[in-house]
Design a protein around this ligand. Structure first.
Ligand SMILES: C[S@@+](CC[C@H](N)C(=O)[O-])C[C@H]1O[C@@H](n2cnc3c(N)ncnc32)[C@H](O)[C@@H]1O
Length: 297
């Protein structure tokens, strides 16, 4: 069935009201996309829907809708004096979900590691495939900080290692590590929704018998790991320095990401007494690969 897609760019504050107005004026579905190039991050305890500063709303309409009249109706309903800027595409003989799904491809993360949406055929062996579906939840591998962590995991020996993924989001990093041969993993997040998604993704990837998803408070005292990954944000990484240091075994590696390149020196300062630090950068984002030193070295 053919469709009309009307796209409007709006500021974060107007997303709810404009979405409601689009539906009131006949949109069958409304999809949200980033209108800029902004990464979405959430802090501890942040359980609100996170939105980009500039969001494109894509309204799906029957193909015979007159787009300029539709936008006039929406503008009138919102009581706006200035017209919304918009553009329209026709999606001939194509189904909406298909059009959305077709934008995604398997993503090569480094070494043998691939991230593949569930509806696409996975790359053949020797590829190691993590099956994950894109969505609004953070952690589908496309953001530079996740990609930096995945690339490190894919290019280092993980066989038999124990992993802690602190700030697990979708669970992508621990699941990738387990598929690459790690022995077991703790996935930790303050957001119960992230823990639930991590468990679903672990099941889908057949690693749930080796992965435990818990809040930071529920991690057993004395737990530690050979590889600890924390892709959060610069400030929490600084605040969590004593805890993340304690979770990393001597000789083990702590991967810190989620910081801009210019924030990396400040984060490193809080870890350099106990770790030898190596910095990797991609698209202005940094990963600090920190090897825990033995006392007195
Ligand atoms: C940027 S996402 C990273 C998700 C995934 N690990 C990845 O690499 O794509 C950060 C995650 O850390 C979680 N988080 C933020 N602060 C935290 C804290 N203090 N302790 C544990 N998790 C935290 C957030 O809920 C979010 O799921």
């Amino acid at each position: 069935m053919p469709w009309l897609c009307v796209r409007l760019s709006v500021d974060r504050e107007r997303v709810d009201s404009v979405s409601d107005a689009l539906e009131c004026c006949g949109a069958l579905a409304v999809m949200l996309e980033d209108a800029g190039n902004e990464a979405l991050f959430g802090g501890a305890g942040d359980d609100e829907l996170r939105l980009w500063a500039h969001t494109t709303l894509c309204a799906l309409l029957p193909a015979d809708t007159e787009p300029s009249q539709f936008v006039r109706d929406v503008t009138a309903l919102l009581g706006m004096n200035t017209p919304l800027t918009w553009e329209a595409d026709r999606l001939p003989d194509q189904d909406w979900e298909r059009a959305w799904m077709d934008r995604f491809r398997p993503m090569h993360a480094g070494g043998y590691l691939w991230i593949c949406p569930s509806w696409l055929a996975p790359p053949p062996p020797p590829a190691v495939v993590v099956t994950l579906d894109p969505g609004l939840a953070f952690g589908t591998g496309t953001h530079a900080t996740t990609a930096l962590c995945l690339n490190w995991l894919a290019t280092h020996a993980l066989s038999g290692k124990e992993i802690i993924d602190f700030g697990c989001g979708s669970g992508i990093l621990a699941i990738a590590a387990l598929k690459l041969g790690a022995h077991s993993a703790w996935s930790i997040d303050t957001d119960p929704g992230a823990l639930a998604v991590t468990c679903e993704n672990a099941q889908r990837n057949e690693v749930s018998d080796r992965l435990s998803a818990v809040t930071p408070q529920s991690l057993p005292a004395g737990a530690n790991a050979d590889v600890v990954v924390a892709n959060i944000l610069a400030d929490p990484l600084i605040q969590l320095a004593p805890r993340l240091t304690g979770l990393t075994r001597t000789g083990g590696v702590l991967l810190l990401s989620g910081m801009l390149e210019q924030q990396s020196a400040e984060v490193e300062r809080h870890y350099s007494a106990e770790f030898a630090v190596e910095t990797h950068v991609r698209d202005g984002w940094a990963l600090l690969a920190c090897r825990r030193l033995a006392l007195g070295t």
